[in-house]
Design a protein around this ligand. Structure first.
Ligand SMILES: Cc1cc2nc3c(=O)[nH]c(=O)nc-3n(C[C@H](O)[C@H](O)[C@H](O)COP(=O)(O)O)c2cc1C
Length: 109
């Protein structure tokens, strides 16, 4: 991962699966990832590129040691090119269920 961090051209990670059954049936999609060097862990990029987010509300969320969500959501939205991307949220890796629940209620989706 350090190698890939230092060589962005080498970040093309082949995913075991990049599509979701019945994708069309979802109005809202949550995209979760750990933060790597301030951005979304790049294996997520392949999922974003493989899917059409047209007409969907997309909620990025991340875990991190200390970094905030930063520009990670915006960068994914840019890569996707479609979808109504919300600002999203950041959690520590041990975030409690109550914390997640409160965030979901705040989103009011
Ligand atoms: C390659 C790599 C880079 C990371 N870079 C950051 C970072 O820039 N900022 C940060 O707060 N945490 C960083 N972390 C910590 C991860 O975000 C953290 O371990 C993860 O969100 C916790 O999820 P997990 O419990 O699924 O491992 C990094 C972790 C790895 C493996």
């Amino acid at each position: 991962m350090v190698y890939e961090h230092n060589n962005p051209d080498e970040r093309d990670v082949e995913l075991v699966a990049a599509t979701v059954p019945d994708w069309e049936s979802y109005d809202t999609v949550f995209i979760g990832y750990p933060i790597w060097w301030g951005i979304a862990a790049w294996p997520v990029d392949g999922f974003i590129e493989a899917n059409d987010f047209t007409g969907k509300t997309v909620v990025p969320f991340c875990t991190s040691a200390s970094s905030g969500l930063g520009q990670s959501g915006e960068l994914l939205a840019e890569a996707a090119g479609t979808g109504n991307w919300l600002e999203g949220g950041r959690f520590s890796s041990g975030a409690s269920e109550a914390t997640i629940q409160a965030w979901l209620e705040e989103l009011g989706l």
